[in-house]
Design a protein around this ligand. Structure first.
Ligand code: NDP
Ligand code: HSE
Length: 436
């Protein structure tokens, strides 16, 4: 049988990696797919830029229409990133009856509902395994492997750059900006790295995970998002003294009242496996009713790991080319007409534990005032550390871990604590999860 022709939009880190994996493992891939897969065209901005892959044998172009309108190309692989040109080109490819593979989480999180509707109408597939957690086959695991379960919650380290930065800061005391620069050189970071450090990239991925886990539409604008740029070595060190690690987590939980969708730094007990996921590695912990907890671990970014997911999608699409569109795995795991409208809970209604750090005047009664305010809001203290002040002006450092409480009550308590004369600094708050 003739090989399937593929057009790449983008030939950077992931595009180059995809060509390399397709070339290196051509025979294995053909044995799995039942046909060879060859890249005939690739779009880039610069035709003379050095590439990480061999481009001989393919047409390199700066004109996207040469790829998306080519009648010979059966599958368009979108790897340029962003959600404007990428969206236009993906919609054009679908309109032309082409199947699409993409690693672009921003595109799927923001425009996925529209893209999938168009694809369904045209009877084509849109595959996006590489969009979440790099090389980990998490989409397939949730969409197919856990299809018999009711998924209760999931929590993941789903940004490689952010985890790399936190790990290097903790283990080597390195400077935030310096580690970010290295992540960019290694090809891990987004074109706009604030997406990595401010949690936007993780929010894109969480949007996708929640949709396929709970059977809800993609709702990126409802994700509560907080990044890692405010995390200091001081909090990392106090967390460790209390037996916790700070990780940047994406958390989606299906509760009786609605769905929690949140991305923020989180203290987790250091004995949890996921607390020990370091560097560019990602991990997603999924809690489902029948199987219980399952944990998925692997490289979250980089050329070859991400290409592994892109090529797996290509193999899936090639295998299903002749299948009846009605009998394919639905894009969002649940049948499109069976998606549910569960409300997404505002952050004020979310319940978590908290780590609090504050500086307080070193005099009798201060602690009693703080604990009274917490008590009035129904907040129980689980652990506490007090460090003597290096100078009287700085005050003593008080660190508290609290039991779970709704965020609204914690907001009220922090507001009141902050107003006490004896509190000399901003009250730092980091959320805490046991993940048990
Ligand atoms: P790169 O910046 O390395 O590559 C982007 C490619 O797209 C480049 O080849 C670039 O051309 C081309 N391109 C960009 N804009 C245009 C344009 N307007 N016209 C023509 N070509 C264009 O990005 P990555 O490979 O890192 O990322 C690609 C996608 O994969 C993104 O959506 C990203 O979020 C996602 N992703 C990335 C991962 C990673 O580890 N890097 C992991 C998982 C997903 P040129 O080379 O000439 O500049
Ligand atoms: N910038 C992303 C990350 C790439 O660091 O996780 C993988 O999606």
């Amino acid at each position: 049988m003739n090989p399937v022709k593929v057009g790449l939009l983008g030939l950077g880190t992931v595009g180059g990696g995809t060509v390399n994996v397709l070339t290196r493992n051509a025979q294995e891939i053909a044995r799995r797919a039942g046909r060879g897969i060859i890249v005939t065209h690739a779009l880039a901005r610069g035709l003379n830029k050095p590439r990480i892959c061999d481009t001989r044998g393919m047409i390199l172009t700066t004109r996207p229409e040469e790829v998306v309108n080519d009648v010979e190309i059966a599958i368009v692989v979108e790897l340029i990133g962003g959600d404007s040109l990428a969206f236009e080109l993906v919609m054009q490819a679908i309109a032309n009856g082409k199947h699409v593979v993409t690693a672009n989480k921003a595109l799927i999180a923001k425009h996925g509902n529209e893209i999938f509707a168009a694809a369904q109408k045209q009877g084509v597939m849109v595959a996006f395994e590489a969009a979440v957690a790099g090389g980990i086959p998490i989409i397939k695991a949730i969409r197919e492997g856990l299809a018999g379960n009711k998924i209760e919650w999931l929590a993941g380290i789903i940004n490689g750059t952010g985890n790399f930065i936190l790990t290097e800061m903790r283990d080597k005391g390195r400077d935030f900006a310096d580690v970010l620069k290295e992540a960019q050189q290694l090809g891990y970071a987004e074109a706009d790295p604030t997406f990595d450090v401010e949690g936007i990239d993780a929010a894109h991925k969480l949007t996708i995970l929640a949709a396929i886990a709970f059977g809800i539409p993609l709702q990126f604008d409802k994700v509560y998002t907080e990044g890692i740029s405010g995390i200091t070595g001081t909090d990392v060190s106090y967390a460790e003294q209390l037996g916790y690690r700070i990780k940047h987590l994406g958390i989606a939980r299906h509760t009786d009242t609605g769905v929690e969708l949140r991305v923020h730094p989180t203290l987790i007990p250091e004995r949890r496996l996921i607390a020990n996921v370091d560097g560019v590695m990602n991990a997603v912990l999924v809690h489902a009713d029948a199987v219980g907890p399952t944990l998925y671990y692997g490289a979250g970014a980089g050329a070859d790991p991400t290409a592994s997911a892109v090529v797996a999608d290509l193999v899936d699409v090639v295998r299903a080319l002749t299948s009846d569109p009605e009998n394919r795995v639905p894009h969002l795991a649940f049948q499109p007409d069976a998606l549910a409208n569960f409300p997404i809970l505002p952050m004020e209604q979310v319940e978590t534990g908290y780590y609090l750090r504050m500086h307080a005047a070193d005099r009798p009664g201060v602690l009693a005032e703080v604990t009274r305010i917490l008590g009035d809001q129904g907040i129980s203290i689980e652990a506490m550390l007090q460090k003597e002040p290096p100078t009287e002006a700085m005050g003593a450092t008080i660190i508290m871990l609290t039991q779970r409480v709704v965020e609204k009550n914690m907001n009220r308590a922090i507001e009141q604590i902050q107003q006490l004369d004896a509190i000399l600094s901003e009250v730092i708050r980091i959320r805490m999860e046991y993940l048990d």
